[in-house]
Design a protein around this ligand. Structure first.
Ligand code: GDP
Ligand code: IMO
Ligand code: MG
Length: 416
């Protein structure tokens, strides 16, 4: 059975939602395996825009099903908003959504903590303020609430009271909602999910089905935001690479391929190093043409040029088997495009950053390549060949517009 993973190869927002939506027609399952509502995956389907934060990017009109794995942290409030929006256009779609009861929940306290901590930091991370870091922190420090706690009301109330007690001491009594209030709200949200007919089924119960049917694993964020290997501490709080498939009982050895989605240029939202950031007119032009504003927070994305040292690092760190290049159309009409081929790190040339530390203080060494009027032009093909040759990673598909169908396989196209 077909089984692939699609992950972000940069700092997120590479177009994963659109790409996953394109492939999802050929798969029976799309599984989100990490992160939470910090993600914003945009899909243009029949000229209507949808932004999925938690719901997997399944084909809306097919019978493909979506699974939210235990590697995620789920804000039930947000999930219901998204499902209701989708239901308005595709009645019954929620019945195609499955949740692992083992998953941890994002609580109102986590969102409040995210804001308090960001405001306290001398150098903010620039989080999405969706409560992600605090939810994963509570998971690791064993105070978290799992979805299955909602079926045992006594245990739920007890755990909420304990967590609230800890937080009130840590945050000097600043938590706005009491445990009873959160308890009542969570039970109401559970009832709403039940009335939407979503399924509560664990990865263990799904093991046989997932092995008999085709599965596409949808990554969130990007490798450079990975908790362990991204530009720490300017990262998210979860793994972003394909090994997240272990949250549904798979090994990466069981995947046919791991495709990394990358933009033809680079963007980043929030703080942290970004060696190829362009603070000038060209960066602003890319932002304007690429509509580079956050799908979750609306913040302007920082924009810059393609970064080959970062992509080499990502290739080796994450075991990608190929790339999918998106948004090349945004660079149409640029006379020249810059590509970073190496870093100057404190006077030393580095083509392959050895650790995430090398991204701090790295000065980009650029080459200029001729631009292209449109993505059918030979210069664009040369650009792709250059990326392949420089990173050792083949490019299997390109995306040339935001709509789901605007994708093309490169095999025949390269032969032209
Ligand atoms: P994700 O988080 O990786 O799913 O990406 P986002 O949805 O946050 O950001 C990608 C943006 O680029 C969205 O607005 C998409 O609609 C848009 N997009 C995706 N692929 C293409 C493409 O090939 N060309 C253009 N012009 N826009 C694209
Ligand atoms: P998708 O899946 C881009 C960034 C935030 C911030 C850092 C930490 O749409 O590609 P967090 O809220 O996770 O604690 O924020 O990570 N970030 C993303 N940037 N795309 C995303 O997701 C992101 N998810 C988190 O901007 O810099
Ligand atoms: Mg996004």
């Amino acid at each position: 059975m077909k089984r692939i993973a699609i992950v972000g190869a940069q700092w997120g927002d590479e177009g994963k939602g659109k790409v996953v939506n394109y492939f999802s027609r050929d798969y029976q399952w799309v599984v989100r395996f990490s992160g939470g509502a910090n993600a914003g995956h945009t899909i243009y389907f029949r000229d209507k825009k949808f932004v999925n934060h938690l719901v997997p990017s399944i084909a809306m009109d097919g019978d493909c099903k979506g699974f939210l794995s235990a590697g995620m942290v789920i804000d039930l409030e947000q999930l219901i908003v998204e499902l209701r929006e989708l239901e308005a256009h595709f009645p019954g779609i929620s019945r195609r959504i499955y949740l692992d009861p083992e998953v941890f929940l994002v609580l109102p306290w986590h969102k409040q903590e995210d804001v308090i901590l960001e405001d306290m930091r001398r150098t903010p991370i620039g989080t999405t303020r969706r409560g992600i870091g605090p939810a994963y922190t509570d998971k690791a420090s064993r105070g978290g609430i799992k979805l299955y706690h909602l079926i045992d009301e006594d245990v739920l109330l007890d755990r909420l009271e304990e967590l609230h007690h800890l937080k009130q001491q840590l945050y000097g009594g600043r938590m706005e909602q009491g445990p009873r209030e959160v308890f009542d709200r969570l039970l109401k949200l559970k009832d709403e999910l039940v009335s939407l007919d979503v399924h509560f089924t664990s990865a263990v119960e799904m093991a046989k089905t997932f092995r008999e049917e085709s599965v596409l694993f949808e990554g969130a964020q990007g490798v450079m935001l990975d908790l362990d290997f991204g530009t720490y501490p300017f990262v998210t709080s979860s793994p972003t690479m394909a090994h997240g498939v272990s949250t549904v009982g798979f090994s990466t050895f069981e995947l046919d391929s791991v495709m990394g989605v990358l933009k033809a240029y680079t963007t980043r939202v929030g703080g942290g190093p970004f060696p190829t950031e362009d603070h000038g007119a060209e960066g602003a032009l890319i932002r304007e043409r690429g509509k580079e504003f956050g799908a979750t927070t609306g913040r302007p994305r920082r924009c810059g040029w393609l970064d080959l040292p970062a992509l080499r690092y990502v290739h080796y760190r994450s075991g990608l088997t190929s790339f999918i290049v998106t948004k090349a159309d945004v660079l149409n009409g640029f006379e020249k495009v810059k590509v970073c081929v190496a870093y100057d790190v404190k006077g030393k040339r580095k083509e392959l950053p050895a650790t995430s530390r090398d991204f701090f203080g790295a000065e980009p060494v650029y080459v200029e390549l001729p631009g292209w009027p449109d993505t059918n032009h030979d210069n664009f093909r040369k650009y792709l060949r250059f990326i392949h040759q420089q990173t050792g990673t083949p490019i299997d598909y390109i995306s040339y517009g935001p709509r789901t169908e605007e994708m093309l396989e490169t095999r025949e196209w390269f032969a032209k």
